[in-house]
Design a protein around this ligand. Structure first.
Ligand SMILES: Cc1cc2nc3c(=O)[nH]c(=O)nc-3n(C[C@H](O)[C@H](O)[C@H](O)COP(=O)(O)OP(=O)(O)OC[C@H]3O[C@@H](n4cnc5c(N)ncnc54)[C@H](O)[C@@H]3O)c2cc1C
Length: 497
């Protein structure tokens, strides 16, 4: 009890580790390089608009769900989150196809547009309905589940085994390529990279149906500030604008950190809640990269994107909140040939734009190397950003002519923006892209050679995005409590079970 813990990085994983560590009797300090907490879970103010730089959708917005409770435990109350009645609308010329969240409505939509795929599509939606009744056992990491409980769990999950087996070895692209209808294929493959596991698509269909996917009131900035407030209320020391230069090692033991201003701070435990590449190559001086992580750097894929945001003096509230457009001819955008574009507006959240106005955002998959090369020449980089904004604006005005002449704010973020802001490797904001074809991938949570050094965050958990980062922080503290033969508490002062 009372061990001193330093957490490097005040992103969602670092804040979660801090919250549970405080609850469970550690004395913690977080050092975060930026002036605001949250890391990638962020947003920024531009001319009266709050550009949301992260959340497109968040898992955990249905009050009965396990993820809702998990967010609540770290100070994020999703009661007022905006539920998505539809996920998005796909558009090609005059044709429109809507991904309704409700699976019955979605089935009707599919039957109208793609009757030739009725049999396969009905099987997929039936499996999604089965998944919709599943409460994922996320409350503790798999390695802490006792074999007796794990048998019970297996029994309670028996109806999911068949659909799991059916989909787990397939990518989204592979499965969807078997639909004859081009529209159906396009609708289901737009929102994640095609090499993702088909189980991700199934889980998304299911979570949309139950209302467990939505947008938190106030967006990413609010999520981050709620977590930071909870951490500080528990007595955690949050030091913002304090980058760490290196992790101090004595013998084979992590003993603290050295800040960029030269200050050395000692600790019994160091938790790295930062980008994996930055951790191993910079903070540990490239001397202690675990073999498994080295393999991941060489063999696993990553992806990234640019974000172009517009503040528009026009009300788009009556438009679908997200549209994916099929372009009449491909356009070279962000270093890649794009046949599609997407636009999201946030009119449903009054915190993000002034009344009667609209924040509209486009996410464009990007080639990291293209932007890294451009960044060598600041003038060329600036010009490329301006060109990207212009091309995106052209498509925006074609689809929403009412915005022409009313655009009052334009903002462009590139993969280099994410890298500069959080030291993110290759701008890869979802960590590794681990497809179902990969060999079993090891994502170590404790350093194999250095005692006292632990890792949390998106590079060290197999679940992508914010829920995975949040859980990895929680799981670490559960593992430490287990190691120390202590029960893990979720609520301060509660008798742990
Ligand atoms: C454009 C975009 C869209 C996204 N959309 C979604 C979505 O819709 N849904 C979803 O669930 N997820 C989404 N994500 C992913 C999600 O934001 C990330 O997976 C998650 O925030 C990662 O959290 P983390 O704590 O693992 O890492 P990070 O957020 O990277 O946290 C690491 C922290 O460490 C800090 N740091 C780095 N180096 C140092 C240092 N030397 N010293 C001190 N501090 C340091 C960084 O500044 C940062 O605060 C999106 C991300 C982006 C960028």
């Amino acid at each position: 009890m009372g061990e001193r813990m330093i957490i490097v990085g005040g992103g969602v994983s670092g804040l979660t580790a801090g919250i549970f560590a405080q609850i469970n009797g550690y004395e913690t300090t977080i050092f975060e390089k930026n002036k605001v907490p949250g890391g990638l879970c962020t947003g920024w103010q531009r001319q009266g608009y709050t550009v949301d730089g992260c959340i497109h959708w968040l898992l955990g917005t249905q009050p009965d769900s396990v993820f809702f409770r998990a967010w609540q435990a770290v100070g994020v109350d999703l009661t007022d989150a905006h539920p998505f009645e539809m996920f998005y609308q796909l558009e090609d010329g005059d044709t429109r196809l809507v991904w309704h969240s409700n699976l019955e409505r979605l089935e009707d939509e599919f039957l109208t547009h793609a009757p030739e795929d009725a049999a396969r599509m009905k099987r997929l939606l039936a499996d999604a309905r089965t998944f919709a009744t599943l409460d994922l056992p996320i409350e503790q990491p798999r390695d802490l589940v006792r074999w007796k409980d794990s048998l019970q769990e297996l029994w309670s999950l028996r109806s999911f085994v068949r659909p799991m087996r059916k989909y787990q070895g397939q990518t989204v692209e592979e499965y969807c390529s078997r639909f004859q209808n081009t529209w159906l294929r396009r609708l289901l493959t737009r929102f994640i990279p095609g090499e993702y596991s088909m189980l991700t698509l199934l889980a998304t269909l299911a979570a949309l149906h139950t209302g467990d996917i939505g947008f938190p009131k106030g967006g990413s900035l609010q999520v981050a500030s709620d977590m930071a407030a909870k951490y500080e209320a528990l007595g955690g020391q949050l030091h913002l604008g304090q980058p760490v230069a290196k992790i101090l090692i004595e013998g084979q033991q992590a003993v603290g950190v050295q800040l960029c201003d030269g200050t050395k701070v000692s600790a019994d435990i160091v938790v790295a809640g930062v980008d994996a590449h930055h951790l191993f190559r910079q903070l540990l001086g490239d001397a202690h990269t675990p073999a498994a992580s080295e393999r991941n750097f060489r063999h696993l894929d990553t992806f990234t994107s640019c974000q172009v945001s517009f503040g528009v003096d026009a009300d788009l509230a009556n438009e679908p909140h997200t549209v994916y457009l099929r372009l009449p001819k491909p356009v070279n955008l962000a270093g890649l040939e794009n046949k599609n574009m997407n636009f999201r507006h946030y009119c449903y959240d009054t915190d993000l734009q002034p009344p009667g106005k609209s924040l509209v955002v486009s996410t464009i998959f990007a080639d990291y190397d293209h932007w890294a090369a451009l960044a060598q020449n600041p003038a060329a980089y600036k010009t490329a950003k301006e060109q990207l904004a212009l091309l995106t604006q052209e498509q925006l005005e074609k689809r929403f002519p009412q915005v022409s002449g009313h655009i009052e704010m334009v903002d462009v973020a590139t993969p280099l923006t994410y890298q500069r802001y959080t030291n993110l490797w290759r701008g890869s904001y979802m960590g590794w892209t681990i497809g179902p074809k990969e060999e079993p991938v090891q994502l170590p949570w404790q350093h194999p050679d250095l005692s006292g050094l632990y890792m949390v965050g998106q590079w060290f958990d197999s679940m992508a995005g914010l829920p995975g980062s949040m859980l990895s922080g929680r799981y670490l503290i559960q593992r430490l409590c287990h190691r120390d033969n202590r029960a893990f508490a979720v609520i301060p002062g509660a008798v742990p079970s």
